[in-house]
Ligand binder design. Structure first.
Ligand SMILES: Nc1ncnc2c1ncn2[C@@H]1O[C@H](COP(=O)(O)OP(=O)(O)O)[C@@H](O)[C@H]1O
Ligand SMILES: O=C(O)C1=C[C@@H](OP(=O)(O)O)[C@@H](O)[C@H](O)C1
Length: 289
C-alpha cells in the first residue's frame, strides 16, 4: 500500500506564542512524504536531507491515520523537503501534513468536502497538529502554520481550539532570509512571548482588517525583541518592502512586497550569512500526488 503527498512551507504574520491566536501564509516551498504500508508492527521514518533528525512526528502521523482509517498496518515514511528544518518556515507542519495525506492515500481514504469523502483537508490537518502535540515539537499546536500549509493562502487561527478564524488568498512576492542556525519551536521562551501579548492583539486586529503587511511588521519587531533576534534585517527591508517579520520563532526573516523592492532587499540581505530566496505565496495548499 503506497501513498505520496506534498505540503507547503509558510511564513508568519502573527506568532501564536503570546496569545494563542496566530496567522501565517503559505509559500512556494514543499515537503513531500512517501508512505509504504505493510503488515509489520511498527512505523519507521527517514528524513532524506537529515538522517539523524527526529522522525517521531512523521511516524506518529502515520500511526494516527492507520488507527482511524487503516487496519493496524506498520511500514515506512520518507520525507524530502526544500523547507529548511527548524528555521521558522514551518517544516514541521509541512512534514506532518504531507505524511497525513500520503498515509490517507495509502489506506485508500478519500480527502475532500463531498458527502462520500472520508475526511476534509482541515480535519486531516488537525490530525497532524495532534501528532505534533503528542511528540512535543510545538507550543500551541501551531494550527496557524498547519492550516496555511494544508489550505494555502493566508490564515488567521485560534490555536487553543484549532479553529480557522479567517482565510484569504493574496498573491505576493516573498523574500526569505534563512541564517545558518536552527531554532526549535519547542525551545522558545514562551514567557517572553507572553510579555508582548498587547502587541500580538494589535497584530491580530490588523490581520483581521486585511492589513497583513503592517501586521507582520509589528509582529516582527515585537517577537524579535522578545526572542532576542536582531531587528536590523527588518529595518533594512522597511523602506523597500510592504511588510517584514521574523518568521515563527526564527531565525528566518520574511518580507513581502513588489518584486523590484524585494530584489533590492535581497542585495542587502545577501551580505549576511545564510541563504536568501525570492519566492511567492501559494494559494492551492497541500495535495496527494
Ligand atoms: N522534513 C521533515 N521530515 C520529518 N520531520 C520533520 C521534517 N522537518 C521538520 N520535522 C520535524 O519538525 C521538527 C522541527 O519543528 P520546529 O522546531 O517547529 O521547526 P519549524 O519551525 O521549521 O516547523 C523536527 O525536529 C522534526 O521532528
Ligand atoms: O509551536 C507553536 O505553537 C508555534 C511556533 C511558531 O512557529 P515556528 O514553528 O515556525 O517557529 C509560531 O509562529 C506559531 O504561531 C506557533
Amino acid at each position: 500500500m503506497h501513498g505520496r503527498a506534498a505540503a507547503l512551507g509558510a511564513g508568519t504574520i502573527l506568532n501564536a506564542l503570546a496569545t494563542g491566536t496566530g496567522s501565517a501564509f503559505a509559500i512556494d516551498a514543499e515537503t513531500t512524504a512517501t508512505v509504504e504500508l505493510d503488515d509489520s508492527d511498527d512505523v519507521r521514518g527517514t528524513i532524506a536531507e537529515a538522517p539523524d533528525a527526529d522522525t517521531r512526528l512523521v511516524e506518529r502521523c502515520v500511526e494516527l491515520v492507520v488507527e482511524q482509517y487503516g487496519d493496524g498496518e506498520g511500514g515506512t515514511v520518507e520525507t524530502e523537503s526544500d523547507v529548511p528544518m527548524a528555521a521558522g518556515l514551518k517544516s514541521s507542519s509541512a512534514a506532518a501534513n504531507a505524511t497525513v495525506l500520503a498515509t490517507l492515500d495509502a489506506v485508500g481514504a478519500s480527502v475532500g468536502r463531498g458527502p462520500d469523502d472520508d475526511i476534509t483537508r482541515i480535519d486531516a490537518c488537525r490530525l497532524g497538529v495532534r501528532a505534533a502535540r503528542e511528540v512535543g515539537v510545538t507550543v500551541t499546536g501551531a494550527f496557524d502554520d498547519a492550516s496555511a500549509s494544508m489550505l494555502g493562502g493566508v490564515v488567521v487561527t485560534d490555536n487553543t481550539e484549532d479553529e480557522l478564524v479567517a482565510r484569504d488568498e493574496p498573491d505576493w512576492d516573498v523574500l526569505v532570509w534563512t541564517p545558518p542556525e536552527q531554532a526549535f519551536s519547542a525551545d522558545a521562551d514562551v514567557s517572553r512571548c507572553e510579555d508582548v501579548a498587547s502587541m500580538a492583539n494589535l497584530v491580530a486586529e490588523l490581520a483581521l482588517e486585511g492589513r497583513y503587511a503592517e501586521a507582520m511588521t509589528v509582529n516582527g519587531l515585537a517577537f524579535s525583541a522578545a526572542l532576542d533576534f536582531p531587528t536590523d534585517p527588518a529595518v533594512e527591508a522597511m523602506p523597500l518592502a510592504d511588510g517584514v517579520s521574523l518568521s515563527g520563532t526564527g531565525p528566518s526573516v520574511v518580507a513581502v512586497g513588489d518584486r523590484d523592492g524585494l530584489e533590492q532587499v535581497q542585495e542587502r540581505w545577501d551580505a549576511r550569512d545564510g541563504e536568501t530566496r525570492l519566492t511567492t505565496t501559494r494559494t492551492d495548499g497541500a495535495r496527494i500526488l
